[in-house]
Design a protein around this ligand. Structure first.
Ligand code: SF4
Length: 247
């Protein structure tokens, strides 16, 4: 029976990007291949248990020992769908970095997709793993990591390959910007997207610090202006679940 260590399973609104406000079920995988300076996700290496919301929106959690079986996840989500039909737009596969769990995804996604459309949240650095599972996905929310904001080394080549693989699906790109983000990085990311497909939506998300967007508003407008010289669909969207005090 297929099982995987998980971090949490809950229901909330999507707080980022063009699907902001839609209700989703969230399945959080553990572990990440990056170490972003702004990371707000606790990433235990071997989580002993998975936190599971008993009913959508109840904020009542139980703790399941890891690894969790696909059967248990399917039973929980089937119950949510039966008791709250039409509530969830999709199931968000999040992390950490879900694509680190390629073998699990290959087994789980065909089953999970019988319940909800599947929405992958990814840091956009594992193109080969994406290629292995992409047939089972409906939406891809891909980050482009700017060195200034994330503290990561430049990842342009991985992002380019990832974009090329992801473009066949409904895809948007999210860039977290910081007060010290240089214009060259916005330009570089915008050109990267344009070279693959100019109509991919680009979301500029100001980094959140102490629960509020931490980039001056005039600077955000300048970033948008700069990206909009290269791409036709550039939006500024902060993390909304943070100021709604939601998961
Ligand atoms: S990619 Fe996401 S989960 Fe991984 S370190 Fe960066 S912000 Fe955290």
């Amino acid at each position: 029976m297929s099982s995987s260590p998980l971090v949490e399973l809950f229901s909330s609104i999507q707080g980022e990007g063009p699907y902001v406000g839609y209700r989703q079920a969230f399945l959080r995988f553990h572990g990440c291949n990056l170490h972003c300076a702004y990371c707000d996700t606790v990433q235990p290496n071997s989580p002993a248990c998975c936190r599971v919301e008993s009913e959508p929106g109840s904020a009542l959690f139980s703790h399941w020992p890891n690894p969790v079986t696909l059967t248990a996840v399917m039973e929980l989500l089937s119950g949510w769908r039966r008791r709250s039909p039409g509530l969830h737009h999709s199931l968000s596969l999040t992390g950490g970095e879900p694509l680190l769990h390629r073998d699990t995804l290959l087994q789980w996604l065909p089953e999970l997709r019988t319940l909800f459309p599947l929405y992958l949240e990814t840091n956009g650095t594992l193109p080969d793993d994406l290629a292995a599972v992409i047939d089972h996905l409906d939406y891809i929310s891909m980050d482009i990591k700017l060195p200034s904001a994330s503290g990561s080394p430049p990842l342009w080549e991985s992002h380019r390959k990832f974009l090329e693989n992801a473009v066949e699906k409904e895809l948007f790109v999210k860039i977290i910007v910081a007060p010290d983000t240089p214009p060259e990085e916005i330009e570089c990311a915008s050109l990267l997207v344009r070279d693959v497909k100019p109509t991919i939506p680009l979301i500029l998300q100001p980094v959140t610090r102490n629960g509020v967007p931490a980039v001056p508003s005039q600077l955000l407008l300048k970033f948008q202006e700069q990206a909009a010289r290269i791409l036709p669909d550039v939006r500024v969207i902060p993390q909304t679940h943070v100021f709604l005090n939601l998961l």
